[in-house]
Write a protein that binds this ligand. Structure first.
Ligand code: SF4
Length: 419
């Protein structure tokens, strides 16, 4: 269903990259940008991990990563992978044997950190095994765990040092004929991460996995992740993304999906609730109604944009791009579809009416619901609109009156006061 979101076509053109496949999910080479998240359960806890994988997939994750830090985790992966609704990537920390065990378990991708797994012979052994099995690897460079030699050589975790770390790892892979690779150069500093990815985009033609690492709890963590990831996506850089939040990973998956939908890079799968900022003209507590509407609608997975507007004077017009909306009148709610009033309901029924209309709209479509509109609704809304205008005038916040007073006061100043 169409709506007023920004189209991905308005962003800078996507960077051309090779394409790899993590299970059935294509990454790079023109594929839709995918969302990743990571489980927080012990991978050895098969049922607990699978339950979380399902939750993450429902929230928007296309790929899920699980840690593979011990033998029990690798054995867990052997049970999780065949039952997972999305491809599973194993995160390898220090031991190349864990990478080999994860491949044995059937994972669809590996993540290696060049700062942690440092021995050339071991790296090549893993790359050779991944090559033989057709499993891609992410070279996951992290500013916080950069190889000490590079740290020394570059005088710190600079963008050049992060990209050089990925280049060295890639060279090892290429020596064994393996190039089924995506690259990440994450940092907890947003500015460093942006600079490192820009350099990586100029250096490699492999797909890039974006993320701001250790971003912390929301809302600051969400802001940091968005600042870094959205900036790069708007420049056409990035093929798969992950928010790293100190929170339930479902929030990571949801944020990733919502960001891509907001940028117009993925089709809307769930609800997009917008609301007016409210002003002196508002006839309801917009924040409370928006919150109630969000809670009532978000679990229904309706792929529409819904607007909650504080008044019928400007609401339906300002939100005419929304699929459905409600604007408050005098103890009433005016339901509108694409800006056209279709029904007027008592104020206390606003949220319920919004929910039932949202469901019917998705089921029956815009045309059918517009055709079923209550014939007297538009006239009733117009009467409320006029009444409200008469009552509060054109300037409900008295801004114009205040501005006039400011001007008069400044005009009254003597020549010495002007400066
Ligand atoms: S004019 Fe109406 S719709 Fe616009 S901000 Fe004020 S209350 Fe909301």
């Amino acid at each position: 269903m169409g709506c007023m979101e920004t189209s991905g076509d308005l962003l800078l053109p996507r960077r051309n990259t090779r394409q790899i496949h993590v299970g059935g999910v294509a990454i790079g080479g023109g594929a839709p940008v995918s969302v990743q998240s990571m489980t927080t359960t012990k991978t050895a806890d098969v049922e607990g991990t699978l339950a979380q994988v399902y939750e993450l997939a429902a929230a928007g994750a296309d790929i899920v990563r699980c840690t593979c830090n011990e033998e029990a985790a690798a054995e867990g992966l052997a049970r999780i992978v065949p039952r997972s609704p999305v491809p599973i990537v194993a995160d390898i920390h220090f031991h190349h044997e864990m990478a080999l065990a994860a491949l044995e378990a059937g994972v669809q991708g590996l993540r290696l950190n060049p700062g942690n797994l440092r021995k050339e012979s071991e790296i090549k052994l893993v790359a050779g095994e991944a090559r033989d099995r057709g499993v891609p690897i992410r070279i996951g460079v992290n500013a916080g765990s950069l190889h000490p030699d590079l740290y020394k050589r570059y005088g710190g975790a600079t963008p050049e040092a992060l990209v050089e770390s990925a280049r060295i790892e890639l060279a090892y892979f290429e020596e064994v004929g393996f190039s089924d690779v995506k690259i990440s150069v994450k940092a907890s500093s947003v500015a460093l991460m942006i600079a490192a990815y820009r350099l990586a985009a100029d250096t490699f033609d492999h797909p890039l996995h974006l993320g701001v690492t250790e971003a912390g709890p929301p809302p600051a963590g969400l802001l940091k992740g968005t600042a870094g990831i959205a900036t790069l996506l708007a420049e056409g850089i990035g093929d798969t993304i992950r928010y790293s939040l100190t929170a339930d990973p479902v929030e990571e998956a949801r944020a990733g999906r919502q960001l891509l939908e907001a940028l117009g890079l993925r089709e809307r799968k769930g609800l997009d609730l917008i609301a007016c900022p409210s002003c002196g003209r508002a006839q309801v507590d917009v924040i409370a109604v928006a919150k109630a509407a969000q809670e009532a609608l978000e679990h229904r997975n309706l792929p529409i944009q819904v607007a909650v507007m504080g008044c019928v004077v400007n609401g339906p017009g300002e939100a005419r791009g929304a699929d459905l909306g409600i604007a408050a009148g005098k103890q009433k709610g005016h339901l509108f579809i694409r800006g056209q009033i279709v029904r007027v309901v008592p104020e206390e029924e606003m949220v319920d009416a919004l929910v039932s209309e949202a469901e019917r709209l998705v089921e029956e479509g815009v045309e059918a619901r517009l055709a079923a509109a209550d014939a007297s609704a538009a006239a009733e809304a117009e009467a409320d609109r006029r009444e409200l205008l008469e009552e509060k005038g054109d300037d409900p916040n008295a801004s114009e009156v205040r501005i006039e007073r400011i001007r008069r006061r400044l005009d009254d100043r003597g020549p010495d006061d002007r400066g």
